[in-house]
Design a protein around this ligand. Structure first.
Ligand code: PHE
Length: 473
């Protein structure tokens, strides 16, 4: 590959395979694993959902992750630059790069707000705010936080500054170094919480809930949810894996590295479920509590069990660490564009993107209070709208285009070289079949139903009508 411009004549690389695996797993392991996976498992009936999710990871998530990493490694560029380099003439193919970076920007803004909630809860747990309180009072604290835009913005700022502080250090001295600290810490905390769950009286029930498949509980929409989540949890379609792949050594076995990342991500999601459900059952609470499972049910549980004070601090720290390494990858994916394509310094890019993402996060922090009555898409407030656009549409669209490109349109056989280099020649035919047929079809189906489900067609018609007839509503 020739250098398209002179911005980065010598590209930063990960110092070791371990460094890459931990950084990429750090990106993948996030609120999606510890917050979302347990609650959607709870809401979709447990075991059968877990099984479908595992299949989705294997046949859709893993092949697309490999595709993203190989695009990055082959071009040694950010997500937009990668497609520009691959397709200088067919400009249409630059779109997955732009869509992914747009998704990264939107997600980093609201992800940081939710991550801010976790810091708020670390703080509350440390201060002993849950101790001796009634369940209703503890549940009310979450509503109180959502009603407080200033408090949310404050923690959002702190969290964004932490991310910027890591990213500005660069690939090896910032991201890799911190991933090597945060990921092991996360594993230790999670293991302790898992042991605690396994020793609790709800252990058996939790185990059965997660692993005994009851297919009667599985609805078509659970399958869609499992697929969508496989995407989100592996950080696909948002430029993160392309960017992290671009720092990957040429002789690294791409398949081996991807398997490790997907395995760690899946293992941590399952561990989180096994840490959470047993204790929820042990105090007789509901597993299907929805998004409030983490911020409402869990503090209630910890207020009732021995050692709950320390456990709750550990739990929310775990969430905050997981969120930090994920948001770092989102910020890195964006600043790589400015460094590679616009020749900006890392400092300038970090400051600009951090400030912008912070600013765009503010309306999210205000979504449930000052701006609660302002709706954007349909009846959704700002937060729900940006979440809907990015995770329901931009990610699958980018993923679909990437799968189609790599499976059908990438010329010159570089994708084969990328996979075969570093070993595992047998992987190529299997992967190629999946990325050509299975992954794009699966993502297209999800996308179709998401659009249908959200009534988005109707919304577009409305919007169109508004434009055409001068806003008669
Ligand atoms: N994969 C992360 C999670 O499971 C989410 C994430 C989204 C990470 C976007 C990076 C980029 O929470």
């Amino acid at each position: 590959m020739t250098e398209r411009n002179g911005c980065s004549p010598s590209r930063a690389l990960w110092a070791s395979r371990m460094g890459f695996v931990l950084a990429a797993a750090g990106s993948a392991v996030g609120l999606g694993n510890i917050w979302k996976f347990p609650y959607i498992t709870g809401a979709n009936g447990g075991g059968a959902f877990v099984l479908v999710y595992l299949v989705c990871i294997a046949i859709v998530g893993l092949p697309i992750m490999m595709a993203e990493l190989m695009i990055g490694r082959h071009t040694r560029r950010d997500a937009v630059g990668a497609f520009v380099l691959l397709e200088p003439k067919r400009r249409w193919w630059h779109s997955p790069g732009w869509i992914s970076i747009a998704a990264a920007f939107i997600i980093s803004s609201y992800y940081s707000v939710v991550a801010g909630w976790t810091i708020d809860y670390v703080f509350r747990a440390t201060m002993g705010s849950f101790k001796g309180e009634s369940a209703a009072a503890i549940e009310g604290m979450f509503a109180g936080l959502l009603a407080d835009g200033g408090r949310q913005s404050f923690w959002h700022l702190i969290f964004m500054l932490l991310c910027m502080g890591v990213v500005v250090g660069g690939v090896q001295k910032g991201i890799e170094r911190w991933s090597k600290i945060l990921m092991p810490l996360l594993l230790v905390l999670l293991t302790l919480l898992l042991i605690n769950g396994m020793l609790s009286s709800g252990a058996r029930q939790g185990f059965v809930f997660m692993f005994r498949p009851d297919f009667a509980q599985l609805t078509p929409s659970s399958v869609l949810e499992a697929m969508g989540h496989a995407f989100f949890t592996l950080s696909l379609g948002m430029a993160a894996m392309i960017t992290y792949g671009s720092y990957l050594n040429r002789d690294e076995n791409l398949f081996g590295a991807s398997i490790r990342v997907a395995f760690l991500d899946t293992m941590i999601a399952l561990m989180a479920g096994l840490a959470i459900f047993p204790i929820v059952f042990s105090v007789g609470l509901e597993a299907g509590a929805g998004p409030g499972l983490i911020f409402q049910t869990i503090p209630v549980v910890f207020s009732q069990v021995p050692g709950g004070h320390v456990l709750s601090i550990m739990f929310f720290l775990l969430l905050a660490f997981a969120a930090l390494s994920s948001n770092i990858s989102l910020i890195e994916a964006q600043i790589a564009y400015f460094i590679d394509e616009r020749c900006w310094s890392r400092e300038k890019a970090t400051l600009t993107i951090g400030a912008l993402a912070f600013a765009v996060g503010i309306p999210t922090a205000l979504s449930c209070n000052v701006m609660a009555d302002i709706t954007f898409i349909g009846e959704r407030n700002f937060f729900d709208s940006v979440d809907l656009i990015s995770s329901n549409y931009l990610l699958p669209i980018a993923g679909l285009l990437i799968a189609l490109y790599v499976g059908w349109f990438w010329r010159g056989g570089a994708e084969k070289e990328e996979l075969v280099a570093g070993g595992a020649p047998w992987v190529y035919p299997v992967w190629h079949w999946l990325i050509r047929y299975v992954s794009p079809l699966a993502v297209a189906i999800v996308l179709y139903f998401k659009i249908e489900e959200a009534g988005l067609w109707a919304w577009m018609v409305d919007l169109f009508g508004l434009g055409l007839f001068g806003g008669g509503v």
